[in-house]
Design a protein around this ligand. Structure first.
Ligand SMILES: Nc1nc2c(c(=O)[nH]1)N[C@H]1C(S)=C(S)[C@@H](COP(=O)(O)O)O[C@H]1N2
Ligand SMILES: [Mo]
Length: 350
């Protein structure tokens, strides 16, 4: 069977933080890489990294992107600090640079949705600058301000981790205007809303406060739960619980040849293993093939070749697990981010 040149169906996604976003756009083909593999050839491994290209990476901005000149750009570290600090773009790029893979997902991404993308980012740790400013004892929360007047907040201890970085490149190119040029903050383990673009001010304050999306009811914790997303069944993208796919028995894409299911999985802190697939409402589980990214903050890729023997109606589920957690079997899409499994209905013709 030729899986290399599968026709990609462009399905309409319901992008955005549900009704709240002006300018969300979807990366329709964020997962093409999974299916460009020749799965009939078991020697072809899942890749270590599947990078979402800039043209496919979702954009979630609550207003127009800010227009910032990098030479005029300044980052202020102010509030409950001993010594307020002002940094220029030259200060950021002169500091030691780190390259790292990280998957960004919007908390409003429905199970199976495409408000998720994986990139290689370039940046420098924020921690030395915070240490240089020095926190006053009363500082408990940082308000992170964007030039678009966006704000989000995080506990001081979460931002004062060595993996929190001031980022100026995405996939080895300067951040585009849509993704936060010239500098954004990346805080691993959290949904996209805690990754402020066009960062201009880090303000330490003495009591808790909610940011823009959090005031509208989205989780203020916003940590990424253990979850797997089924993203594609044969050539069909899977979007949400209304996805329903009918597959003929015979022919090059017939189920008699086996049905390929693939997707991604992510957790806030721990490696994903295993990813389990059920075709019988969770009565029995099979282990999917997966890759093992070096960082838990990069999505795990998985695929499973299902070999059905009988026609009929099936409900497919994928479930992710870490040493600490197992994904729950409900499928609620709440304002805490979707942790639940997605059930996809597949009809196999006679
Ligand atoms: N300044 C600013 N930062 C922001 C936002 C925003 O509207 N303004 N949106 C947030 C949300 S909700 C998400 S999901 C991510 C999306 O990042 P991306 O557009 O680079 O994919 O950016 C976050 N950072
Ligand atoms: Mo988001």
């Amino acid at each position: 069977m030729k899986r290399r040149h599968l026709l990609k169906r462009v399905l309409q996604g319901s992008g955005g933080m549900i009704g709240a976003s002006l300018l969300a756009s979807c990366g329709e083909r964020a997962l093409d890489g999974l299916f460009s593999l020749d799965l009939a050839n078991p020697a072809e491994r899942l890749p270590d990294h599947l990078i979402t290209s800039l043209s496919e990476f979702y954009v979630q901005s609550y207003a127009l992107p800010a227009n910032v000149d990098k030479d005029q750009w300044r980052l202020q570290i102010v509030g409950a600090v001993e010594t307020p600090l002002t940094l220029s773009y030259a200060d950021i790029v002169a500091a030691p640079q780190e390259f790292f893979h990280l998957t960004m997902e919007c908390i409003g991404n429905p199970a199976g949705g495409n408000l998720i993308g994986n990139a290689e980012w370039t940046g420098t740790p924020l921690l030395p600058f915070l240490q240089q400013a020095g926190m006053k004892p009363e500082a408990v929360v940082f308000v992170l301000h964007g030039a678009d007047y966006y704000e989000t907040t995080l506990p001081v201890a979460e931002v004062m981790r060595s993996q929190v970085r001031l980022v100026h490149q995405m996939n080895r190119a300067p951040l585009t205007k849509e993704h936060g040029y010239p500098v954004r903050l990346i805080v691993p383990g959290y949904f996209g809303q805690k990754q402020p673009k066009w960062l201009i001010k880090i303000e330490a304050i003495a009591k808790s406060k909610k940011g823009y999306w959090e005031r509208q009811g989205w989780s203020n914790t916003a940590q990424i739960p253990t979850h797997a997303l089924i993203q594609q069944i044969e050539e069909s993208r899977v979007w949400n619980k209304r996805s329903q796919i009918t597959i003929p028995k015979m022919g090059t894409t017939g189920w008699a040849n086996g049905i390929l299911i693939a997707g991604v999985a992510i957790d806030r802190a721990n490696p994903i293993q295993p990813i389990q697939i059920s075709i019988d409402e969770g009565k029995t589980w099979q282990i999917a093939e997966q890759n093992h990214p070096a960082s838990p903050h990069e999505w795990t890729l998985w695929r499973y070749l299902w070999r059905p023997t009988q026609p009929g109606r099936y409900s497919l589920i994928a479930r992710a697990q870490t040493q600490a957690e197992i994904q729950p079997l409900d499928d609620n899409d709440s304002k805490d981010g979707s942790a639940g499994v997605l059930r996809i209905q597949v009809d196999l013709d006679q």
